[in-house]
Ligand binder design. Structure first.
Ligand code: TXD
Length: 319
């Protein structure tokens, strides 16, 4: 059986980390695509030289030619530019929208059967635009944010409860970061819901509220510490988990930005909800009954996504 092929569009900080993880896990051969000349080839060569030491047999190639992503099974997109000082949200949106157009067309022409994971910000709008430009079915294009947000939440909860991160599960809905909606009733330690843990005296509601707030601004906390970029280890590892669930048909239940068609009362938008990822791509959207507070929080996310899509449509009349 031929090896899987994983195309990484954008070979920056997250792209390079994705390549490292995919190769170390022998998920398949890896193509690093970027518009920057030399850099993707340099990273591919550097990683190839780690292979004899680590003992992995993934072939890595860096390229600036879309033809090299032909036949990819999975495409992970991080291409774009970050917001720079003095740049408005619409400036950033305009530039990254053009990037999504180029990437979408590159995918459509070279690997229309791929499972596509978008990471580029603003996530919920960029994944929608990438799907539009690529023309792929909605169940084959998803956005990564919820796995990262819930991983951050799990890390803080495990720290607070002083238990293994492995035993902490977190349930989050909604958009990336600011508008994330953690559902504490469905977040657990070994199956025990957080509200019960509070009753058991393991923590307090105040501490939980502070953890939720820290999780929401988790990206910004890292940006402030790094000084010249945003998080890349945890974002990369989160997208790899989604890719593995597809390639191995694991049917993991993961919070992702998925296309909703009536679920949660939303139609025609990408919003963060729990989904099942298997060989069929997005195989199921998990729809739970929300209480009033969660419903209100979710609506804030939906409104924010709608506002971004309106801005995208104003910037590109083909959308
Ligand atoms: O949870 C999440 N979704 C996120 C999102 C968490 C963290 C970071 N998130 C976003 O991921 C971040 O705001 C960025 O939009 C992306 C990628 O972050 P990264 O840290 O990897 O950014 P880099 O290092 O700037 O890499 C981006 C690369 C860079 O090498 C550019 O040359 C390239 O994208 N680029 C392009 N590649 C291909 N095609 C085009 N048009 C292009 N334009 C820029």
């Amino acid at each position: 059986m031929a090896r899987n092929k994983i195309a990484l569009v954008g070979a920056g900080m997250i792209g390079g980390t994705l390549a490292h993880l995919a190769a170390m896990k022998e998920m398949g051969d890896v193509v690093l695509f970027d518009i920057a000349e030399g850099m993707p080839a340099g990273k591919a060569l550097d990683l190839s030289q780690a292979a004899p030491v680590e003992g992995f047999d993934s072939r890595l190639k860096g390229t600036t030619d879309y033809a090299d992503i032909a036949g990819a099974d999975v495409v992970i997109v991080t291409a774009g530019i970050p917001r720079k000082p003095g740049m408005s949200r619409d400036d950033l949106l305009g530039i990254n929208l053009k990037v999504m157009k180029a990437v979408g067309e590159g995918i459509k022409a070279n690997c229309p059967d791929a499972f596509v994971i978008c990471i580029t910000n603003p996530l919920d709008a960029m994944v929608w635009a990438l799907r539009e430009f690529s023309g792929l079915p909605h169940n084959k294009v998803v956005g990564m944010a919820g796995v990262l947000d819930s991983a951050r939440f799990r890390h803080f909860l495990a720290d607070e409860f002083n238990v293994s991160v492995e035993d902490v599960t977190a349930f989050v809905l909604g958009g990336h970061g600011d508008t994330m909606v953690p559902v504490l009733e469905y977040s657990t330690v070994a199956g025990i819901p957080v509200p019960d843990l509070i009753k058991m005296g393991w923590s307090t509601q105040e501490k939980m509220d502070a953890i939720v707030q820290r999780t929401r601004s988790g990206g910004g906390e890292i940006v402030a510490l790094l000084g010249n970029g945003s998080a890349y280890y945890a974002p990369a590892t989160s997208a790899i988990q989604m890719a593995e669930s597809y390639l191995k048909d694991k049917k993991r239940v993961l919070p992702c930005a998925a296309y909703l068609e009536g679920q949660y009362g939303v139609d025609g938008l990408y919003v963060g909800v729990p989904i099942v990822i298997g060989a069929g791509g997005v195989e199921r959207i998990v729809e739970i009954e929300l209480d009033e507070a969660a419903k209100a929080g979710f609506q804030v996310s939906v409104d924010a996504v709608e506002e971004l899509l309106a801005a995208c449509k104003a910037l590109d009349s083909s959308l």
